[in-house]
Design a binder for this molecule. Sequence first.
Ligand code: IPM
Ligand code: MG
Length: 375
Amino acid sequence: MSTSETGPAHKLLILPGDGIGKEVMREVRRVIDWFQRRRNIAFEVTEGLVGGSSIDAHGLPITDETMALAHAADAVLLGAVGGPKWDNLPFAIKPERGLLRLRKELELFANLRPAMCYAALADASSLKRELVEGLDIVIVRELTGGVYFGEPRGIETLPDGQRRGINTQVYTTDEIRRVARVAFELAKGRGNKVTSSEKANVMESGVLWREEVQRLHDEEFPEVELEHMYADNAAMQLVRRPKQFDVIVTDNLFGDILSDAAAMLTGSLGMLPSASLGAPRADGKRPALYEPVHGSAPDIAGQEIANPIATILSFAMALRWSFGLADEATRLEKAVEHVLSGGLRTADILQPGTAKVSTGVMGEAIVRALDKVTI
Ligand code: IPM
Ligand code: MG
């Protein structure tokens, strides 16, 4: 194969995190090695700790040093954080705070969560094949605002001794417009339809969300079809007739929930990548973090049965969105499809007539397929 490119190395920070994060990231390392060796693409890879593993080493879910590495990287690839060992820690130093700090300080306001159903996996969905086969939707979740970060927040004790828990749902015009803009731009290159989801029937922040999305649409994207849908209805429509959607844009909390529902439609949480993007910097690069949608799955960690595909496809998203290597991303996605149609499956996507393989064998098979696929 010919030399693919020259130029400065792509700076990638790898944060395996906890649980199966470590196992699946090892397979991504093999994929990265393949691109260095066979496509002559230079990556400068550094590795750091996040979540429980960082708490164990440093007493914090992420350190300032690791944050500095994240700021300096072209992209961050994260495995997963959390596990029962750290469940009872004070809120401010839980493993999840490491992830939330990365999202907030890198200003990764747009979280892209594609839910695609591979034909080879349509029977693994909890819905009927005809409802999900060929499904290809993207949820654009606002990631740095809303109830996740709103103030005031906390738990207070009232004069009568009761306690009161408080969180605040808050959005500004700019926060809504910048994430909606990502959704409209994305839709233009796909099915040209955006569904914006909120609870404008009960929340003022939802009313503002609806008005601002509509205004941006009318000003800048009149050619894109726009519909508004209450979040509860969107949840129902997702399991009723998911193929009606193209791009769904929604807030942080509704996006968290709707994206889990959408993920399950595809047959396996173990298959789905995600990208979290910030605004382009002066040099044109945008801060970015890529991670599988699945969590750290402590119940199966260390058993070599986790599916590495979501993390490998997250690296494919990094190739496309951060490194400007769309063809190489396609190559990797095709290699994954090739292995799936060949009948290899990790336990989570096992079907009658397919062969059950370990995390490592799945990774190896994808690397071998990279040698075969053409784009
Ligand atoms: C997700 C997760 C996180 C979230 C947790 C781990 C903080 O559920 O990325 O969807 O709620 O955003
Ligand atoms: Mg979630």
